[in-house]
Design a protein around this ligand. Sequence first.
Ligand code: GDP
Ligand code: ZN
Length: 454
Amino acid sequence: EQEDIAGETIAAVSTPPGRGGIGIVRLSGPHALAISNALLALRNPLEHAMARFAEIRDPETGGKLDEAIATYFAKPRSYTGEDLVEIAAHGSPVVLDLLLRWALQQGARLARPGEFTERAFLSGRLDLTQAEAVRDLIDAQTLYQARTAAEQMGGAISRRIQPAKEKLVELISLLEAGIDFAEDDVDLTPDEEIGTRIDAVGAELAGLARSFERGRIVHSGLTLAIVGRPNVGKSSLFNRLVERERAIVTAIPGTTRDLVTERVSLGGIPLELVDTAGLRTTADEAEAMGIAKSREALADADIVLVVLEAGIPPSEEEAELLASLHGRRFLAVYNKIDLEDSSSGQGHAEEQSIRTSAATGAGIEALREALLNMVRTPGGESESGMLTNLRQHEAVKSALDALGDARAATANGTPHEMILLDLYSALRQLDSLTGETTADDILNRIFSTFCIGK
Ligand code: GDP
Ligand code: ZN
């Protein structure tokens, strides 16, 4: 069904489900104003960017059901770029539902998830990276994530690719001109210069692609698995790190069978902590399953915390575990330092190790500090306009691939027409990043990840 989207007015409850102090019904489209006028007994007509007091009348009795504030934003100076009305009533789901049903009876259609933001995109109010940032801002779990999303919402990514795009367009027009005027004896741009220009564009895009390393972490966070043999104090350390008694601590080895997970924020990065069953060989079936899950968690984790017992030399299994982590991000934690025989000295002071007592709390701050450093370093410091999702990263990588092809072509004297094809392909990828040219199915996929009312 090919609907005339421009002609449709959409409506949705834009506040989260359930009871709230206020609840908002949002309408967008050419009939938003007329429909709102029909719903509300207004003392004054709605004017652009002015809040108006209104009464909601019971459709059956005609009596007053609720009081509301209606705000109107005239096209194109609204979030969606269309006529938009927000009716803020008291947050009774019953009243909001009634308002919404009335709006639908008046000819509005229920908005799909993300459709308000999609309209903002379609009307050119936001580019695609900005629209994605709206969703990220709503989903942010830490203030740092929110700040990153806000920056992207302000167009940070688009601003960052602009110079590369301009250089690319300049190169394309140079080659096009060479081809168009070839017969008029216009000198063709030397392949060497084309190569240099491609490299300049590529260098900028490569930096942008690299920013995903950091952006991905800011966006999705990291997982940290706590592993070690039974009874070394994994669950106790886990509880210390999440600052509450979440995992079960017992003196009986092999009691943690299911993975216990908890999200914490470390330096603004969401960190998913996973407490695992102790790694050891066992005949107990349930424990063996727990151990299998622990091995998976260990394999999947971005950071591994290996817990060992202070003052006791690592067992063969523990030594193997540590060796298997070579090249990965891990930290050895020697726990139970409070039990350590002082005469045994403070042995294992390796570089990547921390000494703690989950019992007394000693060393926990140092552990947190060490983790913070591990979370901070990968991908370097935050930068403006980081790529934060896979779609964006794929687009930039594809653009780089196309530039690589173009670069290779300049080296073997390929006709400029062919080089141009690769350059256009790179340009299309950059356009798809911001949404200047993006297939409908991709748009649908993006906006369907929003909630209704956004
Ligand atoms: P897990 O099996 O590795 O998860 O170890 P738990 O956290 O369940 O702890 C096993 C036992 O060691 C419990 O009795 C804890 O109270 C105790 N324990 C954990 N950490 C310490 C520590 O730093 N010092 C002392 N003295 N006991 C600890
Ligand atoms: Zn445990």
